[in-house]
Design a protein around this ligand. Structure first.
Ligand code: SF4
Length: 751
């Protein structure tokens, strides 16, 4: 019940990537209750357990509250308190020295999942400082889809349920029941209203059980083959939208030729999906209209990432499901706000520095060369905004660690890590650890809410605010929109000396000659960001916008490609070099990659590595999402931890029986690069030849000091994921979190 002294603040949940609306009851300056915002467009009053746990998160005794400076060896855990100002002075001085001696490119940053705004201001600081080496987790997440889809048809597609629901929805490589519970509820509503679901997943996930009309249990890593098989069926059976293809697609004949290489019987052999299932599911997707293929993370990673995304994009286009109501809409960027490259001063990064970006020689779509082509094609079309995600262009993350350790192609001497925990979450954890411990690295700074295995290795740790302690703006939800904007209020002032990440980058910028590019407060930054919209709506301040307007959506418009451009008198077409949907991508071609999707057997499977499979006979997948955690976060929160106290490996009961493994016992999962321990969960969710292990595990209750480091390597599958080029997708550099080969045995045999 609201009491007289209570205030109700409107926040936005950043506990995962869906961004629900939250009402926070504040009493005497303290948040006492969180609940879902009843009329919110996404969550409609509902919240998951993660969001509710954020009162505990806010007041938790182990939150970082003061800046710390290392006084012992890295990882030793000896710290002294330091003020923000003094720490920023020292760091700015060191960065200046490194820049003079080695060049600005010797400074790199790392990033993770969105906790609000860190990537935007990190990117601004780095562009102005002159370094192209911002690494981030977008390289194995949605940003690959963003880049490939923008190359193919000018923007990222998003499905939005609403007045025109899809009749067929394909969930490909995603388990939203666990990863995005708010969005999953919307999907359940569609199911009740009659939409049909095809779910493609190697596991019989919760989403499969609750939604699937058809479940395709695919062999991990073979998604591109399946997508090409669908294209084959759709073309051979003439189920494609001939009119749309003739008018709006580029390269259909060449696609047709390529698709002939993937007949259903061959695809069945590759994917382990029965041929009939492949054909019938392709027919269902092509004929039950409108249809949508949702974004899924699993197809954004690994050796075939670009082909997976490209083939899915082609399916949307040739079936006539692109930019139509109920299909996958091309919303474009938000026209009414100042964001993207001008907000981040992307153009101010000197040209010679862009050319030095780590990985730009091999992974050209992810780095500056690809970004420039995509941005140039999209810029005029999308009202001068073009490529707008802060995560791109970025450097190839694995190259940062190698540059620290080897000095090649040049030394990296400083790393700023904000909003992520790379020792646990990045592939090849041991290499990340080695680089961060290396004496070659002269400065390592971490911005964090908690002491983590990564923060333990830092020279300076800054305590940053969570989403209840700062004003936030967001513009995309994977539920479907990218051209809208929403704002959330700060519910309480940051506690102790915590601050939003913004003040770190602004503080450094002010000390390093960037004065004219930074405003005084984060609120002022958001006011500039929202200025065109605020002027149109007659709103005077950020606070007023967050409180009264809250979110803004432009009118929904389909088939924008048909709309006549008054300047040319011709239809707008698509934001690509040819103005059409590039089934055959001229951007990929110019970058030297295959312009059409193809399938390549991943490097570590029973097919590509039969000898290795003799010793490691099981197929390992990592990264399946599970509630209540989000990646490596939230394990300190007792309300959540009691729901899932320990890491769990799913093993088929027949396999476990053969290996002498009992349900609930600790097992060792081993591959050629390392071994970890999880508790066995015997379940028919997984194929008898597969094992699924959870990612993100470390133990905040354990000893923080190195070498224990909260047991960061004991149950963390990134000790055996690889970031070598042969495992990565060539255009994007996306690392593989699956598939790998492994063996499993009871932990009592652990040596
Ligand atoms: S699903 Fe995500 S956005 Fe929704 S309430 Fe849970 S943590 Fe917040």
């Amino acid at each position: 019940m609201l009491q007289e002294e209570d205030e109700l603040k409107r926040a936005i949940c950043f506990a995962c990537s869906s961004q629900a609306g939250v009402l926070a009851k504040v009493r005497n300056g303290r948040v006492v209750e969180l609940r879902g915002e009843p009329d919110h467009y996404l969550n409609k009053g509902w919240l998951c357990e993660r969001a509710y746990a954020f009162i505990e998160h806010l007041y938790h005794p182990e939150r970082l509250n003061y800046p710390l400076k290392r006084v012992g060896e890295r990882g030793e855990g000896r710290w002294e308190r330091i003020s923000w100002d003094k720490a920023l002075d020292e760091i700015a001085e060191k960065l200046r020295e490194i820049k003079e001696k080695y060049g600005a490119e010797a400074v790199a940053t790392t990033g993770g999942t969105g906790r609000g705004h860190q990537e935007t201001f990190k990117k601004r600081f780095m562009n102005l400082f002159g370094s192209p080496n911002t690494a981030n987790a977008g390289q194995w997440c949605a940003i690959n889809s963003y880049l490939v889809e923008t190359a193919v048809y000018g923007f990222l597609t998003r499905y939005k349920a609403g007045p025109h629901p899809a009749k067929c929805i394909v969930i490909w490589g995603q388990n939203p029941d666990q990863s995005r519970p708010c969005e999953f509820r919307r999907l359940m509503e569609l199911k009740k209203a009659g939409s049909k679901f095809i779910v493609i997943d190697p596991r019989r996930s919760e989403t499969v059980e609750k939604l699937a009309d058809r479940w395709l249990q695919i062999r991990p890593g073979t998604d591109a083959a399946l997508a090409l098989g669908w294209i084959n069926v759709i073309i051979e059976e003439e189920l494609y939208d001939r009119d749309f293809v003739e008018k709006w697609c580029f390269g259909f004949e060449r696609l047709k030729e390529r698709a002939r290489e993937y007949p259903p019987e061959k695809v069945s052999r590759i994917t382990w999906i029965p041929e009939r299932e492949i054909v019938e599911s392709a027919r269902m997707y092509a004929t039950v209209k409108p249809a949508s293929i949702r974004w899924g993370l699993r197809t954004d990673i690994g050796r075939n990432a670009t082909s997976n995304i490209h083939a899915k994009a082609i399916l949307r286009a040739i079936t006539g499901n692109l930019d139509v109501f109920g299909g996958d809409m091309l919303y474009g960027p938000c026209e009414k706000v100042n964001y993207g490259p001008p907000f981040e001063y992307t153009e101010l990064l000197p040209r010679e520095q862009r050319g030095k970006q780590l990985g730009a020689d091999r992974h050209k779509l992810w780095t500056w060369p690809g970004y420039q082509l995509i941005h140039d094609a999209a810029k005029a079309y999308w009202y001068g905004k073009g490529c707008v995600f802060s995560y791109a262009p970025a450097c190839h993350e694995p190259d940062v660690w190698r540059a620290i350790l080897t000095g090649k192609p040049y030394p990296v001497k400083a790393v700023i890590c904000g909003g992520n925990n790379p020792v646990v979450d990045y592939p090849n954890s041991r290499l990340v650890y080695k680089a961060l411990k290396s004496p070659n690295l002269e400065l390592f700074v971490v911005l964090e809410q908690w002491m983590t295995p990564t923060a333990m290795l830092a020279d300076y740790v800054f305590p940053v605010a969570n989403w209840l302690e700062m004003p936030v703006v967001h513009m995309s939800t994977l539920d479907g929109l990218t051209n809208f904007v929403a704002a959330g209020e700060k519910t309480v002032n940051p506690l102790y000396e915590r601050k939003p990440d913004y003040y770190f980058y602004q503080g450094l910028g002010l000390r390093l000659g960037q004065e004219k590019y930074w405003r005084k407060t984060l609120e002022e930054e958001w006011e500039y960001f929202l200025k065109p919209l605020m002027e149109e709506l007659g709103v005077k301040s950020y606070e007023e916008f967050a409180r009264k307007i809250r979110w803004w959506f432009p009118p929904l418009e389909e088939k924008k490609y048909e709309k006549v451009n008054p300047e040319t008198g011709k239809p707008r077409g698509f934001a690509t070099p040819t103005g059409k949907v590039e089934l055959y991508s001229t951007i990929l071609e110019r970058l030297g990659y295959d312009p059409l999707p193809h399938y390549e057997e991943p490097p570590e499977t029973p097919v590509s590595s039969p000898k290795l499979a003799e010793e490691y006979p099981l197929i390992l997948i990592t990264g399946a999402r599970f509630r209540p955690f989000h990646h490596s976060e939230h394990r300190q929160l007792s309300t959540l931890r009691k729901l899932w106290p320990e890491p769990t490996a799913e093993i088929h009961p027949d396999t476990a029986g053969r290996l002498g493994i009992k349900d609930g016992e600790w097992v060792v999962i081993e591959n050629p690069r390392g071994k970890i321990k999880h508790k066995a969960k015997l379940t028919t969710r997984v194929h008898p030849r597969m094992v699924s292990v959870q990612h993100g595990w470390w133990f905040p209750e354990e000893i923080p000091e190195d070498p224990v480091l909260f047991r960061a390597f004991e149950s963390n599958p990134n000790v055996f994921t690889s970031d070598e080029d042969e495992y990565c997708d060539p255009p994007t550099g996306a690392a593989a979190f699956q598939p790998y080969l492994c063996k499993v045995y009871p932990a009592r045999k652990y040596t």
